[in-house]
Design a protein around this ligand. Structure first.
Ligand code: FEO
Length: 390
């Protein structure tokens, strides 16, 4: 495929990975992804911004087949989905020098064994003229690794934001429709960016005043109205959680499901929105996405060898690691003869720093009296949400 022009002299030359279904052996990709690479041609010099995943190196080489010379390869982020083709690019364009953040120098040596004179660190805010095209390097750490930076193309007001503002979305569209990009970008934020919210706030404060007219991330479509994706990030990063309860659950013989059904109805009756995630066979991206907005998480689990069901353990481990805005936590536990599941749940979620609401712990199949305890839990949650102004 030929390069696609974003602005005069600015081209998209990356690869769409339509068929990839898992990233990092961890993150499901129901809609594939892309590894975006951009070519910027000045009157004097040419720069390639990011490369692609090693599996797609041939695609990048093909899209660059008419390019005689590349003077600079800008590596925004050393994770291999963007840097993995760098060794091949340097072999194809031996005159090229690698430009990266100061922290990326060591990571390039560590992960790609690229070091020495070929690599040059650029400073935060440093500018480089390609001749009528000025690259301004903007450090945007922890979006997604500590070395990550972005590039602002001054004359054309294009922000190349790497992982930040990206989405795992394979599409033939160079520009994404906002209604299509929003859910994919939110899912991406949940899976990749959410643990770094304090640093992202600083990065938003830094890039928003640039007044970009295009945001060109390294995954997913280009955003033609940057304020759309900046506003979405502002909400996900610093907005209050919603009047929403997330119930991740597993049921083995139906008892836990009875509790989940009762809680769902009781919360809805009290004006609280509910998102249920049956963890059996679920795409964990769905759980991560729900965590972006949820004010409360109620884990519902049977007891397996005195512990929560392993799927619940896994889900809570993930929730704890993603550091969402969750303010309240509770659980509904069923057991046959003995349980220490609640203690394990408390351990697993300690990092959330959420206020614990009295859990419901039920022996055997729930009775009518047990279900009243679930109603009381719903009432306690609704009251907490009201007090918090949600
Ligand atoms: Fe798309 Fe953190 O790499």
């Amino acid at each position: 495929m030929e390069p696609r022009e974003l602005r005069p002299g600015v081209y998209s030359v990356g690869a769409v990975d339509w068929d990839r279904r898992i990233f990092d052996s961890l993150i499901p990709l129901p809609e594939g992804t892309s590894y975006n690479s951009y070519l910027v041609r000045g009157s004097e010099k040419t720069a390639l911004l990011d490369t692609v995943d090693p599996a797609m190196t041939e695609v990048l080489l093909d899209r660059l087949r008419g390019v005689d010379r590349i003077d600079y390869v800008v590596i925004h982020h050393v994770e291999q989905d963007h840097s993995g083709s760098l060794p091949v690019m340097l072999a194809r364009f031996p005159e090229a020098r690698v430009l990266c953040s100061a922290r990326a120098v060591d990571l390039l040596a560590t992960h790609l064994h690229i070091s020495g004179d070929v690599v040059k660190a650029v400073g935060d805010g440093e500018e480089l003229s390609l001749g009528g095209k000025t690259l301004r390097f903007v450090y945007t750490p922890w979006a997604h690794w500590p070395e990550t930076m972005s590039t602002f193309l001054v004359e054309d007001k294009v922000l190349f934001s790497c992982d930040m503002f990206g989405s795992h979305l394979a599409t033939s569209d160079l520009y994404g429709a906002e209604e299509e990009v929003y859910p994919a970008a939110k899912r991406y934020f949940a899976e990749i960016m959410m643990p770094f919210r304090p640093m992202l706030k600083k990065n938003l404060d830094k890039v928003e005043p640039l007044g970009a007219q295009l945001v060109a991330p390294s995954h997913g479509p280009v955003c033609g109205r940057p304020q759309f994706i900046i506003d979405a990030y502002r909400d996900w990063v610093e907005g209050p959680p919603h009047n929403l309860v997330l119930i991740p659950f597993v049921t083995m013989h139906g008892s836990t499901a009875l509790l989940v059904d009762r809680l769902t109805g009781a919360l809805i009756e009290r004006g609280v929105k509910v998102e249920r995630v049956d963890l059996q066979g679920v795409d964990l991206g769905k759980l991560a996405t729900a965590l972006v907005d949820a004010a409360t998480v109620v884990a519902a689990t049977p007891t397996v060898m005195t512990n929560p069901h392993p799927l619940v353990v896994s889900a809570l481990y993930l929730a704890n690691a993603l550091k969402p805005k969750v303010r309240f936590l509770s659980a509904m536990v069923t057991y046959g003869w003995a349980t220490s599941a609640m203690e394990r749940i408390a351990d697993l979620t300690a990092g959330l720093k959420a206020e614990l609401i009295e859990p419901v712990i039920i022996k055997g199949r729930p009775t009518a009296e047990d279900l009243l305890k679930v109603d009381a839990l719903a009432e306690a949650i609704a009251a907490k949400h009201r007090e918090a102004g949600l």
